[in-house]
Ligand binder design. Structure first.
Ligand code: ADE
Length: 343
């Protein structure tokens, strides 16, 4: 089912991508939140700079929309390096990767988004590039086959993934630095909304910035997208200023409820309640009932529901919690309550 989802962490169009880009912080000290990550990253970057070396390979993992790509660009800016961006699914041929790698300069950054989706052949090809800064290229076939060693410049690979668990252990082990990016607390999202409103030159009241942050499901990209919709609403239905009344009306019109859930989140929870008595139910069955891709559910719906305790993943499948039922105004049989002691 393809439909734009306002609270999705993914960018939905090139036009939206450029809007998000215009709000993206360029340097670490403009970046709001993730303090521990920033502190550790600052040390690693400073150390690499002082030694005049490329930084170690870095892996960012966490749900979509939390800033993995933004951080990769910030690292390039901080290190004054060139960044070449690609993604796991688009690297299908070793020849393409070969071209990218051999064109990298000293301390350049190669950013691979969705790195868990690299094919096994490409993965094998990337190991010596990461470890020894060389690639092994096979020329000719059969008895005439020869392996040619091509040296590379010392570059930094930055990988981003929503699912660290899907990375093969040999690939994971070749990263020197791992950073988990978690959902942002509302006060940090509020700061992000205020910063973005300033960049967009739109007046916003403190309580409406707060309202947007509470409905952004811990995700800066969602916060910026909601701000955009609220700004449109203020232009058309008001005098251009964003106040609480305008913000609430605009967000409700988008189907975003008071805690930031949208139609798909509510449908997901309701299906577990109505069709599977609250669970446990397997993700495949849910995907089929909802007519949604499993990856969409796992990457874009479940993480936040798990985070706020509306959903539990047990060995036997997904289960909704009492809090979720309360929020939706429905009741479950007691015997179907999730067992918190299960894995
Ligand atoms: N825009 C998106 N994410 C941001 C962040 N973490 N800090 C500042 N602005 C942002």
């Amino acid at each position: 089912m393809s439909r734009e989802r306002i609270i999705s962490g993914e960018a939905s169009s090139p036009e939206e991508e450029s809007f998000i880009l215009s709000l993206r912080p360029k340097l670490l000290n403009e970046y709001i939140g993730q303090r521990k990550l920033k502190d550790k990253l600052k040390v690693s970057l400073e150390a690499a700079k002082r030694r005049n070396e490329a930084c170690e390979h870095i892996l960012f993992y966490g749900p979509p929309g939390l800033g993995k790509t933004t951080l990769a660009h910030i690292i390039a800016n901080e290190m004054k390096s060139r960044l070449v961006a690609t993604s796991g699914p688009s690297l299908s041929r070793t020849g393409d990767l070969m071209g990218i790698l051999t064109n990298l300069g000293e301390k350049d950054i190669l950013f691979i988004d969705e790195i868990h989706r690299l094919s096994p052949t490409i993965e094998e090809f990337i190991y010596p590039a990461m470890e020894d800064f060389k690639v092994d290229f096979v020329v000719d076939k059969g008895a005439f086959a020869k392996v040619i060693n091509i040296p590379l410049k010392r570059f930094t690979l930055i990988g981003a993934t929503t699912r660290a668990g899907l990375l093969s252990p040999p690939l994971r082990d070749r990263f020197g630095l791992y950073y988990h990016i978690d959902f942002y607390p509302a006060d940090e999202l509020k700061e992000i909304v205020i910063r973005s409103a300033k960049l967009l030159e739109v007046a916003i009241s403190d309580d409406s910035a707060n309202e947007i942050s509470l409905r952004s499901r811990g995700t800066p990209r969602v916060a910026n997208r909601l701000l955009r919709r609220v700004r449109d609403f203020a232009t058309v239905k008001g005098d251009g200023h964003i106040d609480l009344d305008i913000a609430q009306k605009a967000l409700s019109a988008e189907g975003i409820d008071t805690i930031g859930l949208d139609n798909l989140d509510r449908k997901f929870l309701k299906v577990i309640i109505d069709y599977y008595q609250g669970g446990p139910v397997g993700i495949e069955a849910l995907g089929a009932t909802l007519n949604e891709e499993i990856d969409t559910l796992v990457d874009m719906v479940e993480p936040y529901l798990l985070k706020i305790g509306f959903l539990q993943r047990t060995r036997r499948g997904r289960m909704v919690s009492n809090d979720a039922c309360k929020h939706l105004g429905v009741q479950l049989d007691q015997e179907n309550q999730p067992n918190l002691f299960e894995e």
